[in-house]
Design a binder for this molecule. Structure first.
Ligand SMILES: NC(=O)c1ccc[n+]([C@@H]2O[C@H](COP(=O)([O-])OP(=O)(O)OC[C@H]3O[C@@H](n4cnc5c(N)ncnc54)[C@H](OP(=O)(O)O)[C@@H]3O)[C@@H](O)[C@H]2O)c1
Length: 429
């Protein structure tokens, strides 16, 4: 629901014949903006947009730090000095919300187009900055903030009917996806898969936000905001991590025609958002099931479309820089087009944990009972078992009919207590 109106963006004119030099300011010169500075010289050859990007200034914290990129003409820690510069577009890749918000607002206020990769900034202030850009007849673009390697927002931006999204499922965290798919395909332990991700430089120094689902929950909030679902803080979501899963779980899932993926899911009705973040059984026939390693993707449906699917590489500095540069080129081009504005904010809504089916690993203290006996045990606790997969000597996996998470957790707590079972439940998408 990226609402739009037809306007003539009053940005400079691109001359198709001769390349126009575009003065670029960089806020931050870390992993992402160093990649921007490395790729910027290639833009003229690649884009065919008739622009040559020249990085004229970068704002940093530490001028003395070694950078892996051509040095911009000016590198400074002086924010006021940076703001006095003359730019055709500024690319923001700082990280925290402040001082990014203040700097971006001041630039937009002067009519300077800004593009950003900062998901925290867009989730918290995207709406006000987009409105400010509209008032100043300039651009605020944020394609790189959500699934940076999957530029789907641009595809929706000029398609308001298609963009009327009411349900989505996505894989948004490359580290969790890499760990689960490495466990499945390399048959490694959880710890070995995580070590491999760390050796390949795919993780943050502290990977817990990725593995516990917190990074994915932040991305859910951003997507909900971009789709016009309102303000859904991550703290209101049901969030589970991928910890505790192993190769036996993935094998059992496969025997039921599924795999396990780290998913964010949301469905919007007029009165509520049903949402969860966490590992879930995904049918092998669904496109999300095919995304392994660090691939990301989103599948969504709305009033007019069903199961549109976009996928691509998980975020990394190079692909994020490429998306930022595409946004920058769009921001300085002059084509008369629909201007993106965020959809009106929905009224506050109830956020609920949906009823779904469940996949429960049961480890028995002694001999595994036959399927009939196990089903009786679970039925007595209030769970309807629809199928069973036998695993190793002491384990069984049960597919449980849809029910609310509170009911499942209550039943599992009872069974742990009465029968000393070890139980682990994940959702079925
Ligand atoms: N890394 C990715 O693959 C990726 C992908 C998609 C989106 N993003 C987003 O892109 C943004 C940047 O990520 P990154 O990996 O490039 O981060 P990073 O390597 O930590 O770089 C941050 C940059 O911001 C500068 N900085 C931080 N606080 C500052 C302040 N108060 N004043 C001036 N400069 C300041 C730092 O300066 P110094 O260098 O002097 O310390 C550094 O150059 C984040 O919002 C991130 O979520 C990243």
């Amino acid at each position: 629901m990226l609402a739009q109106s037809i306007v003539d963006e009053s940005t400079p004119t691109t001359k198709p014949a001769a390349a126009r030099t575009i003065r670029v300011g960089l806020i931050g010169l870390g992993n992402v903006n160093q990649a921007v500075a490395r790729l910027a010289p290639e833009t003229e050859r690649l884009s065919g947009a008739g622009v040559r990007l020249r990085v004229v200034s970068a704002l940093v914290r530490d001028v003395g730090r070694v950078r892996r990129c051509p040095r911009p003409a000016r590198v400074s820690t002086n924010a006021e000095g940076f703001l006095r510069g003359h730019y055709d577009v500024v690319i923001e890749a700082l990280g925290p919300i402040e001082p990014a918000r203040t700097l971006v607002a001041r630039l937009l206020g002067r009519g300077v187009p800004v593009v950003t990769a900062n998901k925290a900034l867009v989730a918290a202030h995207g709406r006000e900055l987009t409105a400010l850009a509209a008032r100043r007849a300039t651009s605020f673009r944020y394609e790189a903030s959500a699934l940076a390697g999957v530029p789907f927002l641009g595809a929706l931006a000029e398609r308001p009917h298609v963009a009327d999204v009411s349900q989505f499922a996505a894989i948004v965290n490359g580290t969790s996806n890499f760990v689960l798919s490495t466990i499945e395909h390399q048959r490694s332990s959880f710890d070995a898969a995580l070590e491999r991700a760390q050796a390949l430089g795919l993780t943050e120094p502290d990977p817990s936000r990725d593995l516990d689902g917190l990074d994915a929950a932040d991305k859910f909030s951003l997507l909900a905001s971009l789709f016009g679902w309102g303000d859904v803080p991550a703290t209101r979501l049901e969030v589970r991590g991928i910890g505790g899963l192993d190769v036996a779980d993935l094998d059992a899932a496969r025997r039921t025609g599924h795999t396990i993926k780290p998913v964010v899911y949301g469905a919007r009705s007029s009165s509520a958002i049903d949402a969860f973040v966490g590992p879930a059984l995904v049918p092998l026939g669904q496109p999300l099931a095919a995304l392994s390693q660090t691939l990301s993707g989103i599948q969504f449906s709305g009033r007019f479309v069903r199961d549109l699917f976009f996928s691509g590489p998980g975020a990394g500095p190079e692909v994020t820089a490429a998306t930022l540069l595409d946004d920058a080129i769009e921001a300085v081009s002059t084509v008369r087009r629909l201007r993106k504005t965020l959809p009106p904010l929905a009224a506050p809504v109830v956020v609920r944990s949906p009823n779904t089916g469940w996949f429960v690993r049961v480890q028995f203290p002694g001999v595994v009972p036959d399927a009939h006996a196990a089903q009786g045990l679970f039925a007595a606790a209030g769970l309807t078992v629809v199928s069973t997969v036998d695993g190793s000597v002491d384990a069984q996996w049960l597919s449980v009919a849809p029910m609310p998470p509170a009911g499942v957790q209550r039943a599992l707590a009872q069974l742990r207590h009465t029968h000393r079972l070890a139980l682990h439940a994940i959702r079925r998408l």
